[in-house]
Write a protein that binds this ligand. Structure first.
Ligand code: FES
Length: 80
C-alpha cells in the first residue's frame, strides 16, 4: 500500500509535515513499514480541502495532525 501526502503549498501551510510525521510514527508503532510506503506528493488537486492524501488510488481530504490516527486505523490498518 502506498500513502502519498500532499506537500503542495496549500497543504504544506495546513500541516502536511504533522500528517507525514503522524503516519511515520503510526507505521513504526504498528510494525507495518514493510507493507506501507509513505511518500510526499505534489499537489493532488484538492487544495481547498487539504491536507490531502492518497491511499493507493483513493483521495482523502481534511487530514490533520489530530485525525491522522483515526484515518490510519480506519483506512490503512484493516488492509495491511
Ligand atoms: S496543495 Fe495539496 S491538494 Fe493542492
Amino acid at each position: 500500500m502506498r500513502i502519498s501526502v500532499c506537500v503542495g503549498s496549500s497543504c504544506h501551510l495546513k500541516g502536511s509535515y504533522d500528517v507525514i510525521m503522524g503516519f511515520k510514527k503510526l507505521i513504526e508503532e504498528h510494525g507495518v513499514g514493510d507493507k506501507v510506503d509513505l511518500e510526499a506528493s505534489f499537489c493532488l488537486g484538492h487544495c481547498a480541502e487539504g491536507v490531502t492524501i492518497k491511499i493507493d488510488d483513493e483521495i482523502i481530504t481534511g487530514l490533520t495532525g489530530q485525525n491522522v490516527r483515526k484515518v490510519f486505523e480506519e483506512r490503512v490498518l484493516p488492509e495491511v
